[in-house]
Design a protein around this ligand. Sequence first.
Ligand code: IMP
Ligand code: MG
Length: 421
Amino acid sequence: MLNLSLGVVVVGAQWGDEGKGRLVDTIASHCDVVARFHGGNNAGHSLHIGDTSLVLHLIPCGIVRKNKLCVIGNGVVLDPEVFFTEVELLKQHGILVDAQNLKISYDTHIIFPFHKSLDAQREMSKHSLGTTKRGIGPCYEDKIARVGIRAKDLLNHNILEKKLAFFAEHQTFDFQEIFSRFFEYGKRLRPFLADVGEILHNQFLNNKRVLFEGAQGALLDVDHGTYPFVTSSNCIAAQASIGCGVGMKYLQDVFMVSKAYCTRVGDGPFPTEASIMEQEIIRQKGFEYGATTKRPRRCGWIDLPALKYASRLNGATGLLLTKLDILSEIGPIKICIGYKDQEGVEISNFSEVLKMLQEDQKVNPIYEVFDSLPKFSEQISSINDLPIEARKIFFLIEKELKIPIRMLSFGKERGKEIYFN
Ligand code: IMP
Ligand code: MG
């Protein structure tokens, strides 16, 4: 296993779906606490435990492990309906979620049905972004507009009524029904609610290890991603501090996760998107369908300039590389190592690429091309067990990113990883 500091952040380095759920699940076994710090049930973290597959959208993956405390931070937006459905699903799998193993911040903003209808309505318009229609964007909008309803507001009859009345002025919904339903949710949420910043602080003081579980990825970050085709939260490591109310000194290991290729769901630029035929091959082999919306994912090649950019933004201390085995027996394989503009002039940094993409200017990826990788052996315990072609790709990635690859994972199940310390 990896040598870990007390504070470990795992974030996506692409457009989400890098395989974070699986890695967080593995790393969680060496941590005491697992915390989510942004996003909501737009995320979909797939876990494969023995014969069971489970997709968690909201509750941290650590919940499936015994004796772990899970935390939902103030930076998350929480849909109570989804929350209680997930609690029920976990119960059916024999996992009890209660106030002992899960804490939710008092300040977490609540997703209401009118957020979801607004999200869906916009997706029908010409301004659609390909969102997950879970009400994420509208809920964050209300947070920033300072009219949002927080978990603790559900506990107070007068506050909830007053705050909901504001929304009733602009939107049509059954006030009494929503009020009673959410007041009821408040009663059920009450035992879970806490000052999670204080809890995490005390965990650190007691030498407990905390894993911050990122969702989405750097290129979906609302400030640094492919705006406006992004999600509505910050997805980079610094958000772990803000979204849980803990000091930045605790964010010591920052691992960013990338696939050995690249995918994106939803609209927006994707400069290394593969040809239709190549996409189909990668999609089938890598089973690239959205865990939340079941949409087929757009597939393409790993983008090292984008990863370098993500590494800088995150202050990444290591890369966790997933699904290298998916590239076996398909090929030729492309690795994007740079970009050129229409005149053939090299573009030196990725933020310039982002700017050009936003202006609908064409950018041309520069690829290093590799032959198809042979089939991987089932038993890989060190880098020497990898085919030589795969090792070449591994070293090229490390050389370009200038951070070490700390873990390689294969297949779907737990335990198929190799670590580098
Ligand atoms: P929203 O987060 O539902 O507002 O969607 C905004 C964009 O982020 C869309 O392109 C979504 O497909 C994308 N997105 C949101 N969450 C995830 C995720 O967990 N994985 C991959 N893409 C996501
Ligand atoms: Mg996902």
